[in-house]
Design a protein around this ligand. Structure first.
Ligand SMILES: [Zn+2]
Length: 648
């Protein structure tokens, strides 16, 4: 998902109040109550891993929902779960918030006994269930789902030309509107969604439409069929007076193009038809770079909604608009997030870091190179805007922290970018393909450890240090690079200061581009300590050095230096020029100087000097000056020297 505005803090408060208490007059087993003191994601893992709580592996859900946004946000549902029992048990469990009323719980032979326990429902069958048994339980329920929590799990809104109801369950919200197995360990193998709504309204959902029928004057039924495994939080529907159209993405090596179904607000139909065309080459790009579009036998699609961003609901991304970036991001999730879903919320960067990086990759392949480098610089600037923070989320219950744009998204993307640089394009894309196709991950769940293993398999390299420092480590390195050239020998000194104490030394490459006499040379160096120097023979006289010209390293660097050969020929040499935040005056012989700096219009901007002391190097700061040309006058008591200087 991607939100286009800042997270709102009230989400946090809401999530912290989620607790499970016994329903009135009922009691819970001691161990269950104790478990509820743990974190929600731990509950979810425990329940589904052990099978103790839900008691089954989910095979199929048939969800029937009755909604009419023209009237209100009231929801009536009939959800049938088909499952396979894990161990002998007398009950099976479902997540469902306590404020929704259950009318009936039924099996093949009629109504079953059930018990509510907070946001949980147990169904019982006489004689219980045996391990390996396949069975089904249906739940009829109704009520007003909570219109809050997370990113607004079940929302009624208005898009100016009509009311809309839409859902968005990530991360913890499915149980707020339907009885389900809310889990990051077990996907629903197959899904049917039936939506009964008012005539004239369309319902968007996962998969393909197999029935679109006006039942009577007041009821329109749409049935969606999805035959790929799907994580519970990716099940969704949206209902409003949509206009619809289909476009087609041709895929390499496949005769039938992929249909891209668009459900858009009617007032935006004409513009949307133009904008959504842009997603077609992106589908083709990802399909070629990684593996086949994961749901190719069905479709891809967009459904417009009013939440301020996008959400990668499987085969049908919900979108606030159809901007290039948002379409690329949500599409990327169909591979990274939907086909392979993060196995814990701590692994969320495997969804969001990949989607952010793949959005940048569309600039690399489909836009001019300058746009791609600019995108990388922008993301790097965001990450290095603060000295702390790691990709690993410390608090997965805090939705704002979990979906942190600077860390989970941009730093996650930058980690992938550096991984690609470290092992090379061929190994990186091969590692991605192994990750997307491996047993348990393909249409299942992926972990950070499994990504590391895939990349190690593809590259034949040990990536332990890389993943440890970039996944768990906070911050990034500050680099101070100094160079000098004497004769043909270029000496480069690199001093590293980690921005945060969690990483004492960053193992990184230091690429620098040196330029002079109309020639340039790229030097890539990997220092092994905080302070290190290297010497290299340089066949030309260097004027300037630029750090990381191809934008491959997550670091902040300052570069300073001088060419001693040039200093020896002239009384004064100005380095660097053009300059960014400062420049230096190098004197051939230690000198007492005064200087004046003038703007291009002749206005005196700055004066200074060595205060009567003879010195060889004098630094002048330019932080407060605007970009453009300046004139520098240096007076050493004998002569006045003039230089033109450019501030970048
Ligand atoms: Zn996303």
């Amino acid at each position: 998902m991607v939100e286009l505005c800042n997270m709102r803090p009230f989400f946090i408060c809401f999530l912290l109040t989620i607790c499970i208490f016994p329903a009135f007059g009922q009691s819970l087993p001691e161990d269950w109550i104790c478990k509820e003191h743990g974190r929600i994601e731990h509950q979810l893992q425990r329940r589904s891993n052990s099978g103790v709580k839900h008691g089954y592996l989910i095979d199929y859900n048939r969800c029937k929902w009755w909604v009419n946004p023209r009237r209100n946000a009231y929801l009536r549902g009939d959800v049938m779960a088909h499952f396979t029992i894990v161990n002998n048990t007398d009950s099976v469990g479902f997540d469902l918030t306590a404020n929704l009323t259950v009318d009936d719980v039924y099996g093949k032979d009629g109504s079953l006994k059930y018990r509510r326990a907070g946001n949980y429902l147990y169904a019982y069958k006489p004689g219980g269930w045996k391990a390996g048994e396949r069975d089904s339980v249906g739940i009829r329920y109704q009520g007003n789902p909570t219109n809050g929590g997370g990113f607004g799990y079940f929302t009624i809104d208005n898009h100016m030309k009509g009311p809309i109801i839409h859902t968005l369950s990530e991360p913890y919200g499915a149980q707020y509107w339907w009885p389900c197995k809310q889990s990051l360990h077990d996907k629903i193998d197959s899904l049917d969604v039936w939506v009964y709504t008012d005539t004239g309204l369309l319902a968007a959902s996962n998969g393909v439409v197999i029935r679109d029928q006006v039942i009577n004057d007041t009821t329109h039924l749409m049935v969606w069929k999805h035959r790929y495994p799907i994580a519970t939080y990716l099940v969704a529907f949206a209902v409003t007076n949509y206009a619809q159209y289909t476009q087609y993405a041709p895929l390499v090596g496949r005769v039938k193009p992929l249909p891209v179904l668009n459900y858009v607000f009617p007032q935006f139909l004409a513009t949307a038809q133009q904008e959504t065309k842009q997603v077609l080459p992106i589908i083709r790009l990802f399909d070629s770079l990684f593996v086949r579009y994961p749901f190719v036998e069905e479709k891809y699609g967009h459904a417009q909604f009013t939440w301020g961003g996008g959400m990668e609901h499987q085969t049908m991304s919900f979108m606030v608009n159809f901007s290039f970036d948002l379409m690329a991001h949500e599409l990327a999730h169909q591979w990274f997030g939907d086909k392979v879903t993060c196995a814990t919320w701590q692994d969320l960067w495997l969804n969001e870091g990949f989607a952010t990086y793949l959005t940048a990759i569309t600039f690399e392949y489909l836009r001019p190179k300058a746009d791609w480098l600019q995108r990388l610089r922008g993301m790097r600037g965001d990450v290095t805007g603060k000295d702390d923070g790691c990709v690993f989320p410390k608090d997965t219950l805090n939705v704002g922290s979990l979906f942190n744009g600077r860390l989970t998204y941009n730093k996650g993307a930058w980690v992938l970018h550096m991984l690609r640089d470290k092992i090379g394009d061929s190994a990186f894309f091969k590692g991605c393909r192994i990750y997307l196709t491996g047993t348990g991950r393909s249409y299942g769940f992926g972990t950070t450890t499994s990504l590391e293993q895939c990349m190690e398999q593809a590259s034949g390299r040990n990536l332990d240090t890389f993943f440890k420092q970039w996944y768990f480590g906070e911050g990034f390195p500050y680099l101070k690079i100094n160079w000098k050239q004497k004769g043909d020998q270029l000496t480069i000194q690199c001093d590293q200061t980690p921005s945060h104490s969690s990483v004492p030394f960053w193992h990184i490459k230091v690429p620098v581009l040196v330029h002079g006499e109309g020639r340039d040379s790229l030097i890539i160096w990997e220092p092994k300590s905080l302070s290190e120097s290297m010497k290299i023979r340089m066949p030309f006289q260097v004027d300037t050095m630029i750090f990381d010209p191809n934008v491959r390293v997550l670091a902040k660097a300052s570069v300073g230096g001088m060419n001693l050969n040039k200093v020896q020929q002239k009384a004064f040499v100005i380095f660097p020029n053009p300059a960014q935040n400062s420049f230096q005056i190098f004197a051939r012989n230690p000198s007492v100087i005064d200087f004046e700096l003038y703007s291009a219009l002749g206005q005196k901007m700055m004066t200074g000097g060595t205060n009567g002391r003879a010195t060889s190097v004098f630094t002048i700061g330019l932080e407060t000056m605007s970009s453009g040309p300046y004139f520098l006058r240096i007076n050493d008591g004998n002569f006045v020297y003039s230089y033109k200087l450019i501030k970048q």
